[in-house]
Design a protein around this ligand. Structure first.
Ligand code: GDP
Ligand code: MG
Length: 162
């Protein structure tokens, strides 16, 4: 079976940027407008000769109504189908209540969850991401999806035998 890796998190944390990097595509909508990728989006990807499927999601804000509720529902479905969940947070924006809500959901699952602090380019990643330990999800993988930093290490861990 090809492993399925879901990218979840608040809007604007860099999920689509990471999706594009992993799939070598410019397909997923990347924008400064939060919540542009509204549905689940599947891509085929390969890391060091290992194939996997990556799922991009619209994002979870925690107080969804209307289209946001649909987005959040899509994220929950993506989490359900995934073998590995990458939970992205924004190291520049810091820890927000919506991150806490998502973490609460993920901690209850019996599933491999990797906590990923994105956008560590040009900042002190260690100190800016330290507060995310309070989410109770263990190790923090620091990446800069836009530049590729940390992505190999993240993928190595993601695709370790489950
Ligand atoms: P999504 O809503 O979670 O899919 O987030 P996007 O991938 O659309 O990215 C949101 C914004 O964050 C865009 O302006 C991206 O260019 C920016 N971004 C994504 N990754 C990085 C990164 O590694 N470093 C920085 N500085 N900005 C990033
Ligand atoms: Mg997106």
């Amino acid at each position: 079976m090809i492993p399925v890796v879901a990218l979840v998190g608040r809007p604007n944390v860099g999920k689509s940027t990471l999706f594009n990097r992993l799939t070598n595509s410019r397909d997923a909508l990347v924008a400064d407008f939060p919540g542009l990728t509204r549905d689940r989006k599947y891509g085929q990807a390969t890391f060091e000769q290992r194939q996997f499927i990556v799922v991009d999601t619209g994002g979870i804000t925690g107080d969804e109504e209307g289209i946001d509720a649909h987005m959040a529902q899509q994220s929950l479905l993506a989490i359900e189908e995934a073998d590995v969940v990458m939970f992205l947070v924004d190291a520049r924006a810091g820890l927000l209540p919506a991150d806490q809500g998502i973490a609460d959901h993920l901690r209850r699952l019996d599933k491999k969850v990797l906590l990923v602090a994105n956008k560590v380019d040009g900042i002190d990643g260690d100190s800016e991401s330290a507060e995310f330990y309070s989410l109770g999800l263990g190790s923090i993988y620091q990446i800069a999806a836009a530049h590729g930093r940390g992505v190999s290490q993240l993928m190595n861990t993601a695709l370790e035998p489950l």
